[in-house]
Design a binder for this molecule. Sequence first.
Ligand SMILES: Cc1ncc(COP(=O)(O)O)c(C=O)c1O
Length: 353
Amino acid sequence: MKEYISYFRSEIDSMQGYVPGEQPKGGKIIKLNTNESPYAPSPAVRQALQDFDYEKLRLYPDPVFTELKEEIASQNGLSPENVIAGNGSDDILTITARCFTSKDKPLASFDPSYSLYPTLAGLQGAPYIAVPLDKDFNIPSNVMEQVKDANCFMIARPNAPTGNLYPKKEMEKICAEFNGIVFIDEAYGDFAEDTCADLVKKYSNVIVSRTFSKSRCLAGLRFGYALAHEKIIEGMVKMKDSYNVAMLTQKLALASLRDKEYFARHIERIKENRAELTSELARLGFKTIPSQSNFLFTIPPCGGEKYFLELKKRNILIRYFPAERTKDFVRITVGSKEEHSCLLQATKEILGM
Ligand SMILES: Cc1ncc(COP(=O)(O)O)c(C=O)c1O
């Protein structure tokens, strides 16, 4: 074989790449590590799957997801021209990074936050500005000074992995004062007490993204969308793959979107489980950041790493982030009541209670 020589751009060779949470194959595992829903998607999705005519798969899908755009726009009080969809919200994030960052257009995000953001900057060869959150994982007072050179500022709200919600007033101030694109990642927004989607109507530099992976129980479907000013959407459409949302995905996402009742019930169920798990863990000595998402960021009394490893031995997966700011915590996805009772039993065993 011809000897391997790297023809990659140097930034690709020198970077590590994004590491997704573990997806175990088979076995009896309680999976609370990647913030999926413990519940099935809406029955309307199952019906749409059954009704789908497989012969249609020989054709390409609608490249501009017309029906979905209309439904999303109407549910958000916007026009279809304000909507773009993607193969999960990671696709929307990638499109955004490719549109708005480069060697001379830095990307900023908070730290700790979703680790895909610095990876996207790396892939673009764009400088990355990490803005440390304050000691309570809130926005630091000198944020505008820190991001003044960035062209794009990616903000997860609620934040991941910390689960807290920055005050909306502070978000609006950033949108008004930042000289660049403010990308508000609402992957967990459906579990929170408010949303920044309305800021799209007021600020032409704001993109708000959502995903079907968490609140709509459809991580396997790969569907996400973003809302923004029509000029921003127009430019992002130039950058996306021609057929970035599969035909089957479009059909099933639409069925999910139209079942508003199931969606509302699912959110309530997760919020109820979240409150229960938070108080059960508090009784066992855990210190949890009040969560506005479908996961808890919490300090176990026996230490983050030990707790993570001990649970893993018992086939329960959660997430551990060994960086300095996060090493005392673990992140636990809110699961079903049955999953919680297994988790709590294992926890008592680990703590010798
Ligand atoms: C903050 C945040 N944004 C975006 C995503 C990506 O979601 P998806 O690509 O499944 O829509 C995740 C996934 O965990 C996330 O935590």
